[in-house]
Write a protein that binds this ligand. Structure first.
Ligand SMILES: Cc1ncc(COP(=O)(O)O)c(C=O)c1O
Length: 392
């Protein structure tokens, strides 16, 4: 195989260049411009929601959500341990306290453990849930790798205990339920807030960028207001709240509008490529391609091979380096957030699956440009390497 196979790179097969050049020609390159509003309209249409605010990043979307949820210093926010750290850092921006709850086999928050934590470790005072005297204000549920968390159960617990739900759908734009209570609902449109990211490796990209939605359109208006420094008067510089410089620029949005046109095609490709990987890995003795939740149509953004640690003792670093030499980019799943330095000593609850998967999951190339021949090559090489490493 001559060409190096990347993990997940941008795909600009559509109108990207045309729209970006047009945005430059218009001189509207900052946070005001036609593409910004078009991007919001396209996102809202796609997600079937009334209102979306676009912003600078998924991280800023998450931060704005916590601000809007009135997460204050000392409040508790329930978070996942096995995801990208950006999902949890905004809790610290608010000087709040994270509590890490385990994941299930979808890598998303375990709804049973969430329920148990609320029931057994917290007290309900009739209005709010308290953990060691501090209010449990919000939970951040991440739809990991394009999977969907078990939202029915999670929402039931959150509603019972008056906890605001921030859906981190940064990796799951286009994932939706196909059955059950939330049939046809997209990831990010079920909880109180839904956050999306358009950074370079996401299913669509604006270079850097994000979006936030809410089940209440007026809340999205307020999020947009906060993202533009909370200026209350059209002429005078009057600010009644602390705002942020979090709004997406017209240049980013020009890229985004073109990417939105291609999103359905990108999802189709991701799904088709996953199916081929699944077929080729089926029956492999040293690794299993992880499935996506039943009852959902996932965007299948990232593919996860779970390596059998009974036989394969090599470190992920060694595996990744060896695969790079064989012409492909792979990566390990994240290190547990609760083990990262800024989070040392924070409360964890029944972590079992998160550490299990943290040492076993290898992400393999899922880029939308990958060919069938390349997928076959990736599978052959991964299998050959792992067989050579087995029992070493
Ligand atoms: C789960 C998760 N949360 C948050 C983010 C943050 O998004 P961004 O990089 O756009 O700030 C990302 C992606 O980087 C992510 O994968």
């Amino acid at each position: 195989m001559g060409k190096f196979i990347p993990l997940s790179i941008p795909n600009f097969e559509g109108n990207e260049e045309k729209y970006v050049v047009d945005a430059i020609a218009s001189t509207f390159v900052s946070t005001v411009g036609g593409y910004v509003t078009q991007m919001e309209k396209k996102m809202a249409e796609f997600l079937n929601v009334p209102n979306v605010a676009v912003c600078q990043s998924g991280t800023s979307a998450l931060h704005l959500s916590l601000v809007e949820a009135e997460v204050k210093p000392g409040d508790v926010v329930i978070v996942p341990p096995l995801t990208f750290i950006a999902a949890v850092n905004p809790v610290k921006y608010q000087f709040a306290t994270p509590v890490f709850i385990d994941c299930d086999d979808s890598f998303c928050m375990d709804p049973v453990k969430l329920r148990l934590f609320c029931e057994e470790e917290c007290e309900w005072d009739g209005e709010k849930l308290n953990y060691k005297g501090a209010p449990v204000k919000a939970l951040v549920v991440v739809h990991v790798f394009g999977n969907m968390a078990d939202m029915e159960s999670i929402m039931e617990t959150a509603e019972k205990y008056n906890i605001k739900v921030v859906e981190d759908a940064t990796e799951a734009l286009g994932t939706k339920y196909t059955e059950g209570k939330y049939k046809d609902k997209y990831a990010g449109t079920i909880g109180d807030f839904g956050c999306y990211s358009f950074n370079g490796n996401k299913i669509i990209t604006t270079g850097g960028g994000g979006a936030v939605t809410s089940n209440k359109p007026e809340v999205v208006d307020h999020l947009r207001f906060l993202s533009t420094q909370a200026k209350t008067d059209p002429h005078y510089y009057i600010h009644d709240e602390i705002g942020y410089n979090y709004r997406m620029t017209n240049l980013q949005a020009a890229l985004g509008v073109a990417q939105m046109e291609e999103l359905p095609e990108f999802i189709k490709r991701k799904q088709k490529n996953y199916d081929l990987y699944e077929k080729l890995f089926s029956g492999f003795e040293y690794g299993k391609l992880m499935p996506f939740r039943e009852g959902t149509a996932s965007n299948k953004w990232f593919y996860s091979l779970c390596i059998d640690r009974n036989y394969i003792k090599a470190t992920m670093r060694d595996i990744i380096i060896a695969l790079r030499e064989r012409g492909m980019e792979t990566r390990p799943i994240w290190g547990l957030i609760n083990e990262q330095k800024p989070y040392e000593g924070e409360v964890t609850y029944k972590l079992e699956k998160a550490p299990y998967y943290a040492s076993r999951i290898l992400n393999i190339p899922s880029t939308t440009q990958i060919t069938e021949e390349e997928i076959k090559y990736v599978v052959d090489e991964v299998k050959a390497l792992l067989r050579s490493l087995a029992n070493e």
